[in-house]
Design a protein. Structure first.
Length: 364
């Protein structure tokens, strides 16, 4: 009996945090079923329209956007966009006839999974955050499986459908074993100084950059060296601080080497960053971005901090708490090791494979 060609539609986007998991899942499906047909569906003006083709997959765009919190022309258009997206989703599903449809969050996954559900096609939701957004809450009622990265989501989703898999992370980012010396050489670091890695996130880096700028003199007293990823938008403004112990970078290509070389990480708390950093297992100070839906970054960071796997400082506490927190941590090796170990215990490094197992169970 010849194996038929399986077909999968993945939908996720709006931010990197929804796109990368979808690509990781697609790659894992491809490695299991090399002949599989895989199609992505995204929002037509968002970054997935570039990122997905770069990863080698076709994508169709929907004319959809989220609801703004205030009355705008966009909001007035929302019902029309939603209807258009539902109709186009139905058409895509009819033409492509997928075996399973997978949503990783983002605007486009709403209409697509809604239409898959009403056409009787099995759907899988992958929820990255510890606090789900409205789209996934609505879709969960009809989904066949809900793959999550945090415990205690029964408040939001039907309990019998929840599978704790973890978030897919890009494997190349986290393969850091035995690369410390290579990392130090790659970034010209002094092996006798502690290395602090600063990750501002793709959006929302401004406040972290302002903090680092303000604390440069303080860092100079701590005998550390900084690898400061300030983001493309801010590179012009901050590159003047490049010096012997401060490297300012718009973007870091070799995340594996930078993770291997780092002693302490200061980061935002987007879902994919949190999952990656738990696997990497370095001591982390999370500074969640408060300007995100449902304040999910604070909730993500909180769930790790509650288990003593990271330190959480809120933005409004930075001026009073940052220096004391940092100097306590840098001086205390035991605390660093404890955070590292607890963080690693929370990590779920085989998430992508686990999610694909759930998808395979649904192929009819």
């Amino acid at each position: 009996m010849t194996m038929r060609t399986y077909k999968f539609i993945l939908s996720g986007g709006g931010t990197g945090g929804h796109i990368y998991p979808a690509i990781a899942i697609a790659n894992e499906l491809k490695s299991r079923f090399p002949d599989a047909d895989i199609l992505f569906v995204g929002a037509q003006d968002k970054m997935e329209m570039q990122k997905v083709p770069q990863a080698g997959y076709p994508i169709k765009g929907l004319w959809i956007a989220g609801l703004q919190r205030r009355l705008t022309l966009d909001n007035a258009m929302f019902p029309i966009k939603l209807l258009s997206s539902l109709l186009k989703s139905r058409q895509i599903i009819k033409q492509f006839q997928p075996d399973v449809v997978i949503g990783t969050g983002g605007f486009a996954s709403g209409p697509l999974l809604q239409m898959a559900n009403s056409s009787g096609i099995p759907t899988v939701i992958q929820e990255q955050n510890s606090y789900p957004g409205i789209t996934n809450k609505l879709l969960s009622k009809k989904a066949n499986a809900i793959c999550v990265a945090y415990e205690n989501l029964e408040r939001f989703f039907p309990k019998d459908k929840i599978i704790l898999t973890g978030n897919p992370v890009r494997q190349d980012l986290i393969a850091i074993e035995g690369k410390r010396a290579e990392g130090q050489a790659h970034f010209n670091l002094d092996p006798n100084k502690k290395t602090i890695l600063i990750l501002g996130g793709s959006l929302g880096a401004r406040r972290i950059n302002q903090l680092i700028e303000k604390e440069l003199e303080f860092f100079a007293t701590q005998n550390v060296q900084l690898l400061w990823q300030c983001g493309k938008l801010y590179f012009e403004e901050y590159q003047k601080y490049n010096s012997k112990n401060v490297q300012v970078m718009a973007f870091i290509e070799r995340m594996d080497l930078v993770y291997a070389a780092a002693d302490i990480v200061i980061s935002r708390a987007g879902a994919s960053s949190v999952s990656e950093l738990c696997i990497v297992g370095k001591p982390v100070i999370f500074i969640p971005s408060p300007n995100v839906a449902e304040d999910h970054q604070t909730k993500n960071a909180q769930s790790v901090a509650n288990k003593n796997g990271a330190i959480l400082i809120r933005e409004n506490e930075l001026d009073t708490a940052f220096e004391s927190t940092f100097s306590d941590l840098i001086a205390n090796e035991n605390k660093q090791n404890e955070l590292s170990q607890n963080c690693k215990n929370l990590a779920l490094p085989n998430a992508t494979k686990a999610i694909v197992e759930e998808i395979i169970k649904l192929i009819k």
